[in-house]
Design a protein around this ligand. Structure first.
Ligand code: GDP
Length: 297
C-alpha cells in the first residue's frame, strides 16, 4: 500500500541507523531526502515542509546525535510525528448513531467507492454492533446505481428502501426517514448521487438532503489513489456540505499513501475508515499507528 514511500524512507533510515555516530548535518541531509520522498508520495508541500521542520527540531541537537543509537532515535521521532499528524480527536471507528434512527449521509464523487462503502459500513454495523440498518440510494440520475445498492443489500442481508420511480433525492430522503422510524431501524444510510466533478447541482442536492435528514454523520468517500486531488475534493465538500469524517478507498492498491497525511493536515478532518478491496468485508478502522508503521516499512 505504501510501497514507494516506504521503500524510499526505509532506504534513508537504513543508512542512518547503520551509520552509527550522527552529526546534525547528517540528520538534515536525511530529512531532505524524507521531504523529497513525501512530495513524491503526493504529500502536499506545506505538509511535507512542516513535517520535516518538526522532526528536525526534535532530532537535531545533542540529545539525539550523542545518544547510543542516534539513527533509531530519528526514526522514532519521524514515526511519532507521522502518528501525530494522522491522529484526530475522534475515535475513528465509532460512528455516532445514538437516538435511533440515526441518519448517516454518504457523499463523494462518482467512482470513489461510495456505494460499495455504504454497503460495507452497513454490514459492519449489522455484524459487529447488531444494528438494524436501512440503506437508500438517492442517485436518481443513475438507475443502475440504485440497483447496485439493492443488489449489495440483498447480498449482505441489509434492507434497502424500495425504489420508487419519479422521486427526487429529497423525497427519497424523507421516505427513508419515515421508513426508518416506522420500521424500527437503528440507522439509515443515504447514498447520495455522485458526479465526476464537484458542481453546483451536486452540492445543492447534497445540501438539500442534508437539511432534510440532519445527519449524525456525514462521511465523505474519496479514492485514496487520487492523492492530492482527494485532498482538494475533501476541502471543497467540507466547505460546502460539512463532513464529519473521511473514508479513503482503494488503499489496497499501490497508491501513494501521502493522501492520508495531507488529508488530515490540510482538511483537519479525521480519516475514519480505509477501504481495502472490493469485497464487503474489505474495510477497516483507520489506525494512525498502523499506517505510520506501514509508511515507514
Ligand atoms: P461510486 O460510484 O462512488 O458509488 O463507486 P462504487 O461503489 O460503485 O465503486 C466503484 C468501483 O470501485 C467498484 O468496482 C468497487 O468494487 C470498487 N471499489 C470500491 N472501494 C474499493 C476499495 O477499497 N478497493 C478496491 N480495490 N476497489 C474498490
Amino acid at each position: 500500500m505504501f510501497e514507494n514511500l516506504s521503500d524510499r524512507l526505509s532506504g534513508v533510515f537504513d543508512r542512518l541507523t547503520k551509520q552509527g555516530a550522527l552529526s546534525d548535518d547528517d540528520v538534515k541531509a536525511a530529512l531532505r531526502e524524507v521531504r523529497v520522498a513525501l512530495l513524491e508520495a503526493d504529500v502536499s508541500l506545506p505538509v511535507a515542509r512542516d513535517f520535516v521542520a518538526a522532526v528536525q527540531e526534535k532530532a537535531t541537537g545533542q540529545s539525539v546525535t550523542r545518544s547510543v543509537t542516534p539513527g533509531q532515535q530519528v526514526v522514532k521521532i519521524v514515526h511519532d510525528e507521522l502518528v501525530h499528524i494522522l491522529k484526530g480527536d475522534t475515535d475513528p471507528g465509532v460512528l455516532k448513531i445514538d437516538n435511533p434512527p440515526a441518519p448517516i449521509l454518504m457523499v463523494g464523487l462518482q467512482g470513489s467507492g461510495k456505494t460499495t462503502t455504504t454497503a460495507k459500513l452497513a454490514k459492519r454495523l449489522k455484524d459487529r454492533e447488531g444494528k438494524r440498518v436501512l440503506m437508500a440510494s438517492l442517485d436518481t440520475n443513475r438507475p443502475a446505481a440504485m440497483e447496485q445498492l439493492a443488489i449489495l443489500g440483498a447480498q449482505i442481508g441489509v434492507d434497502t428502501l424500495p425504489i420508487v420511480k419519479g422521486e427526487d433525492p429529497v423525497q427519497i430522503a424523507r421516505r427513508a426517514k419515515t421508513q426508518a422510524s416506522l420500521g424500527g431501524y437503528d440507522v439509515y444510510m443515504l447514498d447520495t448521487a455522485g458526479r465526476l466533478h464537484i458542481d453546483e447541482e451536486l452540492i445543492a442536492q447534497a445540501a438539500a438532503v442534508r437539511d432534510v435528514a440532519n445527519p449524525r454523520e456525514t462521511l465523505l468517500v474519496v479514492d485514496g489513489l487520487t492523492g492530492q486531488d482527494a485532498v482538494n475534493v475533501a476541502t471543497e465538500f467540507d466547505d460546502k456540505i460539512g463532513v464529519t469524517g473521511v473514508v479513503l478507498t482503494r488503499m489496497d492498491g499501490d497508491g501513494r499513501g501521502g493522501a492520508a497525511l495531507s488529508m488530515r493536515a490540510i482538511t483537519g478532518k479525521p480519516i475514519r475508515f480505509v477501504g481495502l478491496g472490493e469485497k464487503m468485508d474489505a474495510i477497516e478502522t483507520f489506525e494512525p499507528e498502523r499506517i505510520a508503521g506501514r509508511i515507514l516499512g
